[in-house]
Design a protein around this ligand. Sequence first.
Ligand SMILES: Cc1cc2nc3c(=O)[nH]c(=O)nc-3n(C[C@H](O)[C@H](O)[C@H](O)COP(=O)(O)O)c2cc1C
Ligand code: SF4
Ligand code: SF4
Length: 273
Amino acid sequence: MSLLTINNAACKGCGICVQACPVSIIAMSNNKTPFVSAEKEKRCVLCGHCESICPDSALKHNYLPEMTPIRREKLKEVTSENIAEYFRSRRSIRAFLPKKVDKEVLEEVIDIVRYAPTGVNRQMNRWVVVSDPQTIRQLGEGVISWMKTMIQANPELANRLNFVGLVTAFERGNDVICRNAPHLIIGYTETAYSTGAKDNTIAASHLELLLPAFGLGGCWAGYLMVALQYSPDLKKVIGLDDSYTVHSALMVGYPKYRYFKTPQRKEAQVNWM
Ligand SMILES: Cc1cc2nc3c(=O)[nH]c(=O)nc-3n(C[C@H](O)[C@H](O)[C@H](O)COP(=O)(O)O)c2cc1C
Ligand code: SF4
Ligand code: SF4
């Protein structure tokens, strides 16, 4: 069975599914039908973005269960049902409008996450907001340089994380590191602060979840985050030295596309005692 089934009568050939795939395995055939070649199928991370972003319900991912349609009306009322839908319909946003977010809006979002829990209520989270396109580009290029070093130094890790593919895509003009996001929000704490990683990950997660309430979207910039943890030179680009450790990095902006369905996720694994 192939990975995707396309309803040709419904598909407009818009290519949104191609752009939405985080691992860039969907291509368009000559007759404008999306497909995944057999050798690329194993790279699918089963995120469901291709199916859930299709505006015409024309694409079915054959290895994923039925998706839940997202209700169109605004979720204004704070009910458990609405909050559940808000949480479930959050998606990682990897395509942004070329439009800056007002500083006041970013300030408000960052202000709200001060209320996230922190170990012993220490409240040590700090943030860097990068909005200058040249600096965002410099960070992306820095991650690629770090990946090239890792391809030599740790080929097993580089292979597992497909660094060669990412370097090739980036050098061909596809920004697979920062996804052309207009803003990056990078979270860090003092290195000496023992629960920094947990506190900051929780706060960044609150931040990502808050974004849709402001009409925004975001995505963890995992490669950037890890490169900032391992490369002191890259950390200098955002003005940090060894006394600080980066724990999170999010791409943020106005989403270019909306999602229509919520992909299913694995069952919760719980031991009830
Ligand atoms: C720690 C972490 C790092 C991530 N890094 C990246 C990244 O570098 N690039 C990217 O496109 N997505 C990244 N993601 C997003 C995941 O791929 C995404 O959460 C997953 O595919 C599920 O999709 P969803 O968030 O839309 O449910 C990251 C997510 C997490 C939690
Ligand atoms: S997003 Fe839907 S309509 Fe657009 S090309 Fe993909 S399958 Fe076709
Ligand atoms: S499920 Fe995700 S990774 Fe797999 S083809 Fe669809 S968009 Fe790409």
